[in-house]
Design a protein around this ligand. Structure first.
Ligand code: ATP
Length: 351
């Protein structure tokens, strides 16, 4: 089993506390995204996993072996870890073939079968990333997307036990980014390698990862599946940072009953199955725009009364701003139901 474990890891650079007491398990074959704003410690954590840095305290384990603590550090080339960077980091004087074959000669613990027949292995990898036939080109003769594919092939050629990716798509244009997401998912499925993927792009993390680790100020703010992170945020920071959120005002009557405000009174009980304890003190309920349904308003209608303030056509959905008392909620609705500016609506929350 190719597990990786980060146990109570802290990292200081002089006065800077880059990481505080990080605990993280990466299960064999798991795709883990580290998501967070600039400076939260994502790259530092990746560099610790790779072996470029040692922890100030705590331990790093790869495949049931302790590879780093504050007294020892197993170097990167002995860890069988593949790395892909935003900058591609290809050798300009080497051909595509030579770039991809390089780790087979220089990494330790490369399976003999690949070492003995590098040509076949490199061809197989280039085929997998859609670059068959480009062996003889130099990086300067490739597009950005092709360079990133070479970097990917080079990172997986020696069958790494862990693949680390640091913002690998951020220098590509929007269309290519979407295409490369699919290719990375394809490679992950084919190889079954565990992946740790650093990004500050929430849509990338939500789209690709099995598990998202949201980081903030050198700490893990929340870890969970994309569904858990999106629908059960455990802090206002996560609710705001991942997707859009309404902080609906009311009153928590008990941990699973939220009284929505109607006509200025917290009077409309809403059954809430999830645990939103971190939001109890502020007497708010985090609600995603797609968890709100609009109906035509009539006297006696269920729900809260609101007025359409703004409508944006977004292709597959309509994005509304709905004025409710002094608050404004964001609502995403399919284009089947449509309301116009000024319409009165009954607003139903589905959590
Ligand atoms: P970004 O998304 O901007 O790359 P990040 O989440 O990857 O940010 P890190 O690069 O891990 O963040 O940095 C975390 C903190 O540690 C920052 O405050 C950074 O300035 C600091 N830091 C990182 N490397 C060093 C270093 N070698 N020396 C001093 N401080 C460092």
């Amino acid at each position: 089993m190719n597990d990786a474990m980060v146990v109570g890891v802290s990292k200081r650079f002089g006065e800077v506390h880059a990481l505080h007491q990080i605990d993280l398990q990466i299960k064999s074959g798991e795709f883990v995204a580290l998501l967070g704003p600039s400076g939260c410690g994502k790259t530092t954590l990746l560099r610790l996993l790779a072996g470029f840095e040692s922890p100030s305290s705590g331990e790093i384990w790869l495949n049931h072996e302790r590879v780093a603590d504050k007294n020892q550090l197993k170097p990167p080339e002995q860890r069988r870890i593949g790395m892909v960077f935003q900058s591609f980091a290809l050798w300009p004087h080497l051909t595509v073939y030579e770039n991809v074959a390089f780790p087979l000669r220089h990494q330790q613990n490369v399976p003999e079968v690949y070492k003995n027949n590098p040509g076949a292995r490199v061809a197989e990898m280039l085929e997998m990333v859609g670059l068959g036939g480009m062996e003889k080109r130099y990086p300067s003769q490739l597009s950005g997307g092709q360079k990133q594919r070479v970097a990917l092939a080079r990172a997986i050629v020696f069958n790494p036990t862990l693949l680390l990716m640091d913002e690998p798509l951020s220098s590509l244009d929007a269309e290519l980014r979407i295409q490369m997401r699919k290719e990375i998912q394809h490679i992950h499925r084919e190889l079954g390698t565990s992946i740790v993927y650093v990004t500050h792009d929430q849509s990338e993390a939500l789209a690709m990862a099995d598990k998202i680790v949201v980081m903030r100020g050198g700490r893990v703010e929340q870890a969970g599946t994309p569904h858990e992170i999106y629908y059960s945020p455990q802090s206002p920071f996560v609710a705001k940072f991942v997707g859009r959120a309404n902080f609906v005002k009311g009153q928590w009557a008990d941990p699973h009953t939220f009284l929505l405000e109607r006509d200025g009174q917290a009077s409309l009980p809403l059954r809430v199955s999830q645990d939103f304890a971190p939001f109890h003190a502020d007497q708010v309920l985090p609600v995603r725009p797609d968890q709100i349904k609009l109906h035509p308003w009539n006297e006696g209608a269920d729900g809260v009364r609101g007025r359409v303030q703004h409508v944006q056509f977004q292709g597959r959905e309509l994005l509304y701003s709905i004025q409710i008392g002094k608050e404004e909620w964001e609502v995403a609705s399919d284009i089947g139901t449509s309301f116009s500016y000024g319409d009165q609506v009954a607003v139903e929350i589905l959590v």
